[in-house]
Design a protein around this ligand. Structure first.
Ligand code: SF4
Ligand code: SF4
Length: 512
């Protein structure tokens, strides 16, 4: 553990957060180098003349306001009622008033008023309008990288104002003037070049998957395959690249493979599209989002698959569910020749794309999988809803399927399941503290503090019910919790995937 990072004390009962003004003013991620910026088509660095930077930023803000009506509505509609102010995990964990969602919005709203409203132009001080200065731009960089775009605050806003959209616009403007974040932009460059966030080339991926086949054979005696680039397979699985080898992620990949094996469904992964994650979302740049999504379309066309299934990754599922259609025509939406070709190729009897939980739950309901829940009796399980799944997507045919289906799989795979405080689950779930492009070591202090509300809810069920396993369906949540759990006195291994539980419970031999 880094010596300077300390977890805040758990509160007995969530109450009023003590204010600590400016306490996080120095927390900011590394700035992207010229090389990283230019590799993905952004200006390399800030112009030395700030007037040039300001004019560019304001012009870019103007174009976003034109393109996204929601952004203008969000900037105009807030009445400063304060309902959102104590709902952000980063405010709760840090006490810095600038981490109140309304204050985060005001960082941009004040500049919007100055340049895009008459009162702001004529009497700026009277309406809280301010010039875009270098200091203001730095403040944007600092506090728009203390928002995980989790959208929890929007659940409590009477107007539905979505701070995440404002954060995304802030980051988009920063990139447009050459002030990008190293972590996210470097990863986006790797996906464009190599196909996944880790920069894992195809041959290394093939070796890794062969190794997994040997491991599973040794454990179970079954010939479970982890196929790569197999033309004519029924299903293309697109999963976060962390699933290929990181713990606990790989346990879920093993779970998916066992499900495909048990169901007798042919499947493949792709070395061209070996990443479900799409950090274009985090930086609010729809062109990057589209380019990354297109790799999946290209792979699906090349391999001739009939179905596309997405592995356990929260923001990837949001992108697949909400954006793949209009960005890349996967399933529906776009009507360019490749989109139309793919729409004809995919099997219309199935949801396109489909979440791995929908795939597995459908098999469980049809009696096609044999699960021995007793195999998980050493675990007392709880479930952490991941933000992007909970508040920005759906699963199945019924409202709330994104909450019910993962829980139904857990209940089919484990006998002991306990819910955390309902104020911290379902659509009110708290972010893990590492989402939205903040899962980088230089932000560890912020990440540990931002995890506080989830850790409090986990501590309560661990003490009362002996919970020793927190399941989740997000690669970022898994990585973040593995890192921060020890700061709160938990074992890092107590987090894992829903398909890790399936993997433990599934019976691969003939059905009894
Ligand atoms: S979107 Fe999430 S992280 Fe951002 S201000 Fe709202 S609650 Fe905080
Ligand atoms: S809850 Fe909505 S209207 Fe109220 S302060 Fe927050 S963003 Fe503004």
């Amino acid at each position: 553990m880094a010596a300077q990072v300390k977890a805040p004390p758990l509160r007995e009962s969530p109450g009023v957060t003590a204010l600590a003004p400016e306490s996080m003013a120095a927390s900011r991620p590394y700035v992207a180098s010229d090389k990283i910026q230019q590799a993905i088509g952004f200006p390399g660095t800030l112009d030395e003349d700030f007037a040039v930077v300001r004019d560019k930023a304001i012009a870019h803000m103007g174009s976003l306001l034109q393109r996204y009506r929601s952004l203008k509505v969000y900037l105009d509609a807030c009445v400063h009622c304060g309902a959102c102010s104590d709902k952000c995990h980063y405010f709760i964990g840090t006490g810095d008033p600038k981490n109140m969602p309304v204050a985060r919005q005001d960082l941009m709203r004040s500049v919007y008023r100055r340049y895009f409203t008459w009162p702001g132009r004529l009497v700026p001080r009277l309406v809280g309008a301010r010039d875009l200065t270098r200091e203001v731009l730095d403040e944007w960089y600092t506090y728009y990288h203390q928002c995980s775009e989790c959208r929890r605050c929007s659940v409590f806003c009477p107007y539905g104002i979505d701070t995440a959209e404002i954060t995304m616009a802030g980051r988009e403007i920063l990139d447009a003037v050459g002030y990008g974040q190293k972590y996210s932009n470097e990863i986006i460059g790797k996906v464009h070049r190599i196909g996944n966030n880790l920069g894992l080339p195809g041959p290394a991926l093939a070796d890794t998957l062969t190794g997994l086949e040997e491991d599973v054979k040794e454990d179970t005696g079954a010939d479970v395959r982890f196929p790569l680039d197999v033309k004519g397979a029924e299903v293309l699985l697109v999963t976060p690249s962390a699933d290929f080898f990181a713990e606990p992620h790989v346990e879920s990949l093993i779970g998916y493979a066992k499900v495909f094996h048990a169901a007798g469904v042919t499947w493949t992964m792709s070395s061209h599209a070996s990443e479900a994650g799409n950090f274009g979302l985090f930086i609010g740049n729809y062109e990057q989002l589209r380019r990354i999504a297109l790799r999946i379309r290209e792979a699906a066309l090349e391999l001739g698959v009939k179905r596309i299934v997405v592995g356990e990754c929260g923001h990837a599922w949001r992108v697949a569910y909400s954006f793949w259609n209009t960005l890349a025509g996967i399933g529906a939406g776009a009507n360019d020749p490749f989109a139309v070709q793919l729409q004809r190729q995919l099997d219309g009897r199935y949801r396109q794309p489909m979440h791995i939980c929908e795939f597995t739950w459908d098999l469980i309901q049809r009696g096609a999988l044999s699960l021995d829940a007793q195999a998980n009796d050493h675990r007392v399980v709880t479930f952490h809803d991941s933000c992007n799944v909970a508040r920005a997507s759906r699963m199945g045919d019924l409202p709330g399927g994104q909450f019910d289906i993962p829980r139904a799989i857990i209940r089919a795979s484990a006998n002991r399941f306990v819910e955390m405080d309902p104020e911290t689950t379902h659509e009110r779930t708290f972010c893990c503290g590492g989402g939205g492009g903040l899962l980088t070591d230089e932000l560890l202090d912020l990440r540990v503090k931002g995890a506080l509300p989830r850790m409090e809810a986990l501590r309560a069920v661990a003490d009362r019910h002996g919970v020793n396993f927190m399941a989740t369906i997000c690669a970022i949540c898994k990585a973040q919790f593995s890192k921060v759990l020890p700061y709160y006195g938990f074992k890092m291994g107590m987090v894992g995937g829903v398909h890790q539980l399936v993997s433990t419970a599934i019976q691969l031999g003939p059905k009894p």
